[in-house]
Design a protein around this ligand. Structure first.
Ligand SMILES: Nc1nc2c(ncn2[C@@H]2O[C@H](COP(=O)(O)OP(=O)(O)OP(=O)(O)O)[C@@H](O)[C@H]2O)c(=O)[nH]1
Ligand SMILES: [Mg+2]
Length: 354
């Protein structure tokens, strides 16, 4: 017996559980008109109709009132990874009473697409308008079918940056009255035909999408370089770090952009050394000659009266005074092996007398 699986995705309270009950022809999923989220966990139910097994996967609503969208989607992905039968149809369930093509519809489509991560995803997608009462006129239906669908297809093309052909069938249901409402019975039959025409899409490749961002664009930066210098007595050691990095550009559903931090993908390092070798040298800075005097005493007659002794200095030679400086400087061999010198610094100054 063949199994045909439909998964319902959409906003809380728009009628996913009720629609899936209609699809299974039995009231198995709990539904409620309470404004708070009713379905809390992803679960599956089946029914055998005309010798075919039909399975429905009911999911917690997006825009969950407990703000648990990300957690709900994670749990849904876990469920799908364990679900071996594959999915024939992904039904985006929307409240038919609301005409506008809102950011939320984009979000549901986007999340489902990112989550299934399957090349044939668009072929399996359809829209279910619920709460479509029999009293509603056909014109309105046409309008929805044409204009709304056009907008969704345009969005899918913009979003995938392609001219993809998306069939995107649209169904109108008063799911609560699936047994009695003629129009719903006929739409359900059309829906079964669509479901059985689709092969099951495997769910082994499903991924947890980020429910907050419409687009997550990976950016790369290769050979990014930063350095770390370590100074020691004999010089400086420079470690140059290189990395190939990546980050994500996040665009939310209101088109606000933000970025994650850069993350190193691959990194390597090059160590370079800067050598400092001290050298000292003796410099002669001054040579000067200084006269050498000796004291002399002489007697001298002062005009016919007496002799008087007086002393005087007499230059008897010269001595040479040499001033030396011991200076020090550093020879620096830089990271590229270029040599240079620091200025001389005087570390000692002295004189020698000869
Ligand atoms: N008349 C009518 N009522 C509907 C239809 N679809 C849903 N409802 C009602 O809308 C309310 C919410 O429906 P649910 O099926 O619980 O909605 P849901 O999307 O499963 O909601 P959550 O589980 O909270 O995400 C219930 O009272 C349903 O009876 C419909 O097509 N026709
Ligand atoms: Mg529900």
């Amino acid at each position: 017996m063949k199994n045909f699986t439909v998964i319902g995705i959409g906003e809380t309270g728009d009628g996913k559980s009720t629609f899936l009950n209609a699809y299974l022809q039995k009231n198995t999923f709990k539904s409620s008109d309470d404004p708070n989220s009713c379905t809390k966990l992803t679960s599956a139910q089946s029914n055998i109709i005309d010798n075919n097994k039909f399975t429905a996967i009911d999911t917690p609503g997006l825009k969950d009132t407990d703000n648990a969208d990300q957690e709900n989607v994670r749990q849904l992905v876990e469920f799908l990874l364990r679900y071996a039968n594959g999915i024939n149809v992904v039904a985006i369930v929307l409240n038919g009473q609301i005409d506008r093509f809102t950011i939320d519809t984009k979000k549901f489509i986007n999340i489902a697409h990112q989550m299934f991560n399957h090349p044939d995803f668009w072929e399996h997608l359809c829209i279910i308008f619920t709460k479509w009462y029999s009293c509603m006129n056909e014109e309105q239906k046409e309008m929805k079918q044409e204009q709304y669908k056009k907008k969704v297809v345009k969005y899918i093309r913009d979003y995938t940056c392609s001219n993809i052909n998306v069939d995107l069938p649209v169904f109108f249901m008063d799911s609560l009255n699936y047994k009695t409402d003629e129009k719903t019975i006929s739409e359900l039959n059309r829906f079964y035909k669509f479901v059985v025409s689709k092969n099951a899409m495997k769910t082994t490749q499903v991924e947890v999408p980020n429910v907050f961002y419409e687009k997550v664009i990976r950016e790369e930066q290769n050979n990014f370089k930063y350095k770390d210098d370590l100074i020691s007595e004999d010089g400086m050691q420079r470690t140059e770090f290189f990395a190939n990095q990546s980050r994500s550009k996040l665009i939310d559903y209101d088109e606000n952009e933000s970025y994650t931090d850069w993350k190193n993908e691959k990194q390597w390092e090059i160590v370079k050394k800067k050598k400092i070798e001290p050298e000292t040298k003796k410099f002669t800075v001054e040579i000067r000659n200084e006269p050498i005097y000796e004291k002399r005493t002489k007697k001298k007659r002062i005009l016919g009266i007496t002799y008087k002794k007086f002393t005087y200095d007499e230059k008897v030679g010269e001595r040479k005074i040499t001033t030396y400086e011991i200076r020090k400087r550093n020879k620096i061999t830089d990271f590229d092996e270029n040599e240079s010198y620091s200025d001389w610094i005087v570390i000692k100054r002295y004189t020698e007398v000869k």
